[in-house]
Design a protein around this ligand. Structure first.
Ligand SMILES: [Ca+2]
Ligand SMILES: [Ca+2]
Length: 89
């Protein structure tokens, strides 16, 4: 009985150069209060909210005191209550 031994000769091992794992921590896909508050007056107007369709949609609900603006407290509250937080994994 003969065993066929196959020799795999690798003449040139190509080094896997350039395998750079880019740890791009892009976790916050949504807009934050600071991002939405373009003019930095500490509150989000309807126009500022318009850039975020999801937030714009619930702007009326977020504006608890109905002053036409969503301040940081209102924004935080709206985000906490109406933001489906999907668990990691
Ligand atoms: Ca603003
Ligand atoms: Ca308000």
């Amino acid at each position: 009985m003969k065993k066929i031994v196959t020799l795999i000769a690798c003449a040139a091992l190509v080094p896997l150069a350039g395998v750079a794992i880019a740890g791009d921590g892009h976790k916050d896909k949504g807009k934050t209060f600071t991002t939405l508050d373009v003019n930095g007056d500490g509150r989000i107007s309807v126009n500022e909210a318009a850039v975020d369709a999801q937030f714009s949609d619930k702007f009326a609900n977020a504006d608890v005191n109905r002053d036409g603006y969503v301040d940081e407290q209102e924004y935080t509250h709206a985000s906490a209550s109406g933001h489906p937080k999907a668990p990691a994994g």
